[in-house]
Ligand binder design. Structure first.
Ligand code: BDR
Ligand code: CA
Length: 309
């Protein structure tokens, strides 16, 4: 099985992503580091601890960055921070004593195989890891498959997606590090929507992964963050997990990706340069923009995982 490390601002969709990974026999979750993002770090960390306990796993959780790499700002939404899962206990297992970066270093050093990073939050922790331990990252990180950005549009602003807008310098550090990144941004996530009928199709599965996924998606469909209440919802952070497991469902394009860090209008925007031929950039197209998905295939993959969890 593939060894993976999550970095989360848990968060309902982060929680669904972790539930899918725990459900998959093809993935082994070595740990979850937390970051500020949609919620302050206290909340994302507590939510992550509550989640791993609910899922009946002993996945280690390490607390990460409270603030962006260089800026003094926080752009999330402090409302309604608890995960919408019935019977979730606030009594949680222990947090790692090490910081997120120290924890990732230990995991990478002690793993014989290479590890895949799945960042689902602002890239602050991952940027710190790369800046402080570049050789270790080059030697031990297999690939980076993340949720963030978008080739054609943003959500927090017209140009920028929240995870990148929250810490543009960190995102730029990750994309310019030299390792290939698969960017599951708003383009593909918007097409990977879930309907009430989809969600009902796994309602009866009697395991904690399916129950957590169902309750969070139900909340999102009805009174959560869904833009189309009662009709469809986006569970953004699940997309990198399904992409890792079933890349054949996705349409992608190779690109150079840079993150805008010095603009009022386009701050945090992921500028994806996929030009070929005459106008091709001389910057190598080392990254992958994940653009679209066979939506029915995505929903079927989610159901299959939850059924066999
Ligand atoms: C992203 O922002 C986060 O809050 C969500 O969990 C997702 O990772 C969507 O823009
Ligand atoms: Ca997230």
């Amino acid at each position: 099985s593939k060894k993976v490390l999550f970095d989360c601002d848990t968060g309902g969709d982060d929680a669904c992503a972790v539930a899918l990974a725990v459900a998959s026999p093809e993935l082994e979750v070595l740990g979850i580091t937390t970051c500020m993002g949609n919620q302050p770090i206290e909340n994302t960390t507590q939510n992550t601890l509550e989640l791993v306990r609910y899922l009946k796993t002993d996945i280690p959780v390490a607390r990460g960055s409270q603030n962006p790499l260089v800026r003094q700002r926080w752009v999330g939404n402090p409302e309604g921070h608890r995960l919408p899962i019935p019977d979730l206990s606030e009594e949680v297992g222990p947090l790692q004593e090490k910081s997120a970066v120290e924890f990732m270093v230990d995991v990478l050093r002690s793993s014989e195989e290479k590890v895949t990073l799945i960042p689902l939050a602002p890239l602050t922790n991952i940027a710190k890891l790369m800046l402080q331990h570049p050789d270790l990252v080059r030697e031990k990180v297999e690939e980076i498959v993340l949720m963030g950005g978008g080739m054609y549009f943003g959500n927090t602003t017209g140009a920028a997606e929240l995870n990148f807008y929250a810490d543009p310098e960190a995102a730029q550090a990750v994309f310019s590090f030299g390792l290939p990144v698969a960017m599951c941004g708003l383009d593909v996530c918007t097409n990977a929507y879930i309907t009430p009928a989809d969600n009902d199709s796994w309602k009866g599965f009697d395991n904690p992964c399916a129950k957590a996924f169902y309750s969070i998606t139900h909340h999102s469909l009805n009174d959560g963050w869904g833009e189309f209440p009662g009709e469809r919802t986006l569970i953004f952070d699940t997309v990198p997990v399904i992409y890792l497991l079933k890349p054949e469902l996705f349409t992608t394009v190779k690109a150079d990706i840079q993150i805008e860090c010095a603009s009022d209008l386009c701050d945090g925007m992921s500028v994806c340069d996929a030009r070929t031929g005459l106008h091709q950039t001389d910057r190598p197209h080392i990254h992958t923009v994940v653009l679209d998905v066979d939506r029915q295939g995505y929903v079927d993959a989610v159901r299959e995982l939850l059924k066999n969890a």
